[in-house]
Write a protein that binds this ligand. Structure first.
Ligand SMILES: [Zn+2]
Ligand SMILES: [Zn+2]
Length: 403
């Protein structure tokens, strides 16, 4: 079964289940749960998968689950959805508005979850009919927004034996019926940096007898970003920007400590990996020159999502199969973070951007209390995910030819 036949099967499936899926999404939307607290969401998914004849395995914390469809000797591909909501107030006036104060599905993860659920039911039917030439691992991941849910899934073997992984994210700037694709980096890294400096302190009349801590801190503030721009390939767009600086309390006293905090954003994976060591060595050399001590606390966020080229080709083929020609649109690398990146550090795969805007309608933004979608995007997403899994199973790539 290929191309047109698949589209016919998906049409029939969605005619039957579309209403149920929209109701499922609205139920999740009314009952959003924050990162690592998605107990009800997990139970609802598990119940529906079980009703479809599948055997879900809930992660040890009780939030998030993994479920395999199909068996046999074929390859295993994974489809991932994130299930958590954001700590935001729902500002919409709709019947399915959040009933939980301070929690809202403002990143569309209720949509991702519903799409993967619909895809799971479709694939379970395909498997029962003997039409699934391999295994599909369904990953309903908790806590994307924390982030950390992807690492939790991986720590429990979520991608062991998986050859390729796919995911999608709602894109409210893309019209319904279109899918944004891009090989290479598609999101960015964002880390946090905190520096603490200390010295003996003393009178501002005698900076030469102590260590002029405020002067040294000012040097650190300007020298680090400047040096990074000369030590790192400018194409990686590694940028260190300070957001908080504190030192001293009197005009005529050199303080004995101070702090500076900022963020490090980066478009390139290699530069992101090298950043902490490089910043530390630059910090030590500047601080050392002025006789002060400096310590650094570097908090990793997520790496950039780097889409594998072949996986993007598979997505493009799947879009054509499921949504017809002309549905693929180019998309830009965003400065946002997405923890799907952790999977792609281990196995190839790709993240697609699913158009959720009603053509000619309002352009919403994610992470806003007003965010909403055109619910016809749910069916589009099911078509895309189902076709992607089947495309990847029909055309397994022999990576070993490169070995
Ligand atoms: Zn988000
Ligand atoms: Zn998101």
């Amino acid at each position: 079964m290929r191309g047109r036949e698949l589209r016919g099967e998906l049409d029939a499936f969605l005619t039957e289940t579309d209403q149920e899926l929209v109701a499922f999404r609205r139920d999740l939307h009314m009952h959003p749960e924050l990162a690592f607290a998605e107990y009800r969401t997990t139970q609802r998914i598990a119940e529906r998968l079980t009703a479809a004849g599948l055997v879900p395995s809930v992660l040890p914390r009780g939030t998030g689950l993994i479920c395999d469809v199909g068996s046999g000797d074929g390859p295993t591909v994974a489809l991932r959805a994130d299930i958590d909501a954001l700590p935001l107030h729902d500002e919409k006036d709709v019947p399915y508005r959040s009933t939980v104060p301070g929690a809202c599905h403002a990143c569309g993860h209720d949509v991702h979850t519903t799409i993967l659920l619909g895809t799971s039911i479709f694939l379970a039917q395909q498997a029962a009919a003997g039409l699934l030439p391999g295994r599909v691992r369904l990953i309903f991941q908790p806590a994307e927004e924390l982030p950390g849910g992807a690492l939790e899934v991986m720590a429990h073997g979520g991608i062991s034996g998986v050859e390729r992984i796919f995911g999608l994210h709602c894109d409210p700037r893309v019209d319904l019926g279109h899918v944004g694709l891009k090989p290479g980096p598609i999101t960015s890294a964002c880390d946090k940096l905190a520096i603490r400096v200390s010295g003996p302190g003393g009178h501002t009349a005698r900076p030469h007898l102590t260590a002029d801590l405020v002067f040294a801190l000012a040097k650190i503030l300007t020298e680090l970003p400047a040096a990074l721009s000369r030590r790192v390939d400018p194409r990686s767009s590694l940028s260190l920007v300070w957001g908080k600086v504190q030192a001293g309390s009197a005009a005529n006293a050199i303080p004995d400590d101070g702090v500076a905090e900022g963020t490090v954003r980066c478009l390139d994976e290699n530069a992101w990996h090298a950043a902490p060591d490089l910043i530390k060595s630059l910090l030590e050399s500047v601080a050392g020159a002025y006789g002060i001590d400096a310590t650094m606390e570097y908090t990793r966020g997520v790496p950039p999502v780097v889409n594998d080229e072949m996986s993007v080709d598979m997505l493009a083929e799947a879009v054509e199969r499921a949504l017809g020609p002309g549905a693929v649109v180019p998309t830009q690398q965003s400065l946002g973070g997405e923890d799907f990146a952790w999977y792609l550090e281990s196995i190839p795969g790709a993240l697609a951007r699913l158009g959720t805007r009603t053509p000619g309608g309002v352009t919403y933004d994610i992470h806003q209390g007003t965010f909403d979608i055109d619910e016809a995007a749910i069916g589009m997403g099911v078509r895309l995910m189902a076709a992607t899994a089947l495309t990847a199973l029909w055309e397994p790539v022999v990576d070993s030819v490169l070995a």
